[in-house]
Design a protein around this ligand. Structure first.
Ligand code: SAM
Length: 232
């Protein structure tokens, strides 16, 4: 059975998309998408041999070798224009790694209509990348699994330049509209942690780096607290 996290990622894949799942590990997500009739065919990309072999094994076990191709490659090197990929999923990695995969494979994104990204940490990196590369954030979701909180960001090519406030970049323009209990829990946890870091910085030598880092954290705490204290 697919994890709650990956099931939620799957919900954002459009029906009949041609999907590439990058960093697929066991290829659970593409297998689920095909077995549930969401997509007809998919590519599973993996850069590490062990997970690549696990993906191959899983696809064989599910008898999906006709529909899912497992490829050993780094990032978007796993796909080429002939594949006609319309949706890319990248889940379970840090935001900066997801961004570097998108950045290195930018030319492979022509024709891709939707990116479904699930960063484990630092989703802001993806929002910054989206703004610089003219992708719009059309959906966002926040969920909790095994006490960990995850975000899902769905990007589509922007029709006109997008710009977000510092708060929207940090916390997510769509997530800010709803401020669910999980969202509030995440930001209470984060700001509590930043406050601890700031306190420990107070106790060390005030080098320029420390002072700058502290100012950055204080600013982020303010942004977050403003949202948490606001009525809606
Ligand atoms: N996507 C799955 C999920 O969400 O459960 C697996 C996540 S797993 C933590 C991350 C996977 O990404 C690993 O199997 C790793 O080998 C793979 N990976 C890391 N960097 C990659 C890259 N540049 N290209 C392809 N796969 C990569």
């Amino acid at each position: 059975q697919l994890s709650h996290r990956l099931t939620r990622v799957a919900q954002h894949v459009p029906k009949d998309a041609v999907v590439a799942d990058i960093g697929s590990d066991h290829a659970y997500l593409p297998c689920y998408l095909v077995l549930n009739g969401v997509v007809e065919k998919a590519i599973a990309g993996e850069v590490v041999k062990g997970p690549f072999e696990s993906a191959q094994k899983q696809v064989q076990q599910e008898q999906l070798t006709e529909k899912i191709e497992v490829r050993l490659a780094s990032g978007l090197d796993a796909i080429s224009p002939e594949d006609g990929i319309t949706a890319v999923t990248i889940a379970g990695m840090g935001g900066p790694l997801i961004c570097s995969i998108l950045e290195h494979g930018r030319e492979k994104l022509t024709g891709v209509e939707r990116l479904i990204l699930q960063p484990n940490v630092h989703a802001k990196a993806i929002r910054d990348w989206a703004v610089s590369n003219e992708w719009d954030i059309v959906e966002e979701e926040i969920l909790k699994e095994n006490e960990k909180i995850y975000e899902i960001l769905v990007l589509e090519k922007a029709q006109s330049p997008v710009s977000w406030s510092a708060q929207q970049l940090l916390m997510g323009p769509e997530l800010l509209k709803h401020k669910t209990a999980i969202f509030q829990e995440k930001w209470m946890r984060e700001s509590a942690q930043w406050k601890k870091i700031v306190a420990s910085m107070e106790a060390t030598a005030q080098t320029i780096e420390i002072v700058e880092k502290k100012q950055e954290l204080v600013k982020k705490i303010q942004l977050v607290e403003e949202v948490l204290q606001r009525e809606n």
